[in-house]
Design a protein around this ligand. Structure first.
Ligand code: ADP
Ligand code: MG
Length: 264
């Protein structure tokens, strides 16, 4: 079974405000997929749906072949098993971090899974070192900088060792060096065989880390789903979907092959 994520004709509205319309999307094990589209196009809604936080109004969502429904997710055992296989790093780390210290934050998932303290400690130490945040071990998440919080949030998801990792706008609020670090970190996860789904406005990151790009348009549908390198060269499409402005058309020197990290 290579099919990790499978949405068939999924639509979702927030009390009358459409956010997703007739989305059909399939992501296989080991793929790295960038989710692109202007603000309000539905990226976060799609990621919440994929992570079992929202449920389709119509259409179906299957994860590893299993239909995901509100009813099933209310079963603690089912929900626990699901969250062991797919990890979600929220756009805002503050909504994700709730423990009094970094160690407990990262240990939370493994303890929930019922791992003993020795195994939990091993997982926490591995994650601290993977993210080079050993020094933050006993800090309060609440007092950390934005970039540090993001790393702790990532560690708290990785400590469950999920097969699929989902990131919502992971570069937002990071300084340029941390952005670079993050892009190479994603590439390492991909090489390790993880399935990655990352929403972003950052075309340079898409170019580096994604094999495939899914692009939403303003009407909350998928405008394109193509190999990332190919999609990034389609300047007309990028202009039409408001990811780059006309500037690139009128300044040959700007070169659409080279995107710059946008200041946030
Ligand atoms: P993106 O992540 O691409 O910016 P979202 O998924 O956040 O897009 O939003 C899609 C649409 O749904 C937008 O029109 C947005 O205003 C609306 N929306 C998002 N969250 C809510 C919410 N909690 N309540 C009402 N409308 C929402
Ligand atoms: Mg969003």
């Amino acid at each position: 079974m290579n099919n990790m994520i499978e949405l068939s004709d999924v639509s979702y509205s927030y009390e009358g405000t459409p956010a997703l319309k007739n989305i059909t999307l399939r992501i296989e094990k080991g793929e790295s997929v960038a989710l692109m589209g202007m603000n309000g196009s539905g990226k976060s809604t799609l990621l919440k749906l994929i992570n079992g936080i929202l449920f389709p109004d119509s259409g179906t969502y299957r994860f590893a072949g299993e239909k995901i429904t509100h009813k099933k997710m209310q079963d603690p055992l089912f929900s626990k098993r699901f969250h062991q296989k797919i990890g979600f790093v929220f756009q805002n780390a503050d909504t994700q971090l709730f423990c009094a210290d970094v160690y407990d934050e990262i240990a939370f998932g493994p303890r929930q899974m019922g791992l003993d303290e020795d195994e939990t400690e091993k997982r926490v130490e591995d994650c601290l070192s993977l993210l080079s945040i050993e020094a933050l071990r006993h800090r309060q998440p609440y007092h950390l900088s934005g970039g540090e919080k993001r790393k702790v949030a990532i560690a708290s998801v990785l400590s469950l060792n999920p097969e699929v990792l989902v990131f919502d706008e992971p570069l937002l609020g990071l300084d340029p060096r941390t952005q670079r670090w993050f892009v190479s970190f994603l590439m390492k996860l991909h090489e390790a065989g993880k399935t990655l789904l990352v929403s972003t406005h950052n075309l340079e990151m898409v170019q580096e880390m994604a094999e495939r790009a899914v692009l939403f348009d303003e009407s909350h549908t998928i405008a394109a789903d193509r190999p990332a390198g190919e999609l990034l060269k389609d300047v007309d499409l990028l202009i039409r979907t408001n990811l780059v402005d006309e500037y690139y058309h009128h300044h040959p020197g700007a070169g659409h092959q080279h995107f710059h990290i946008h200041p946030f």
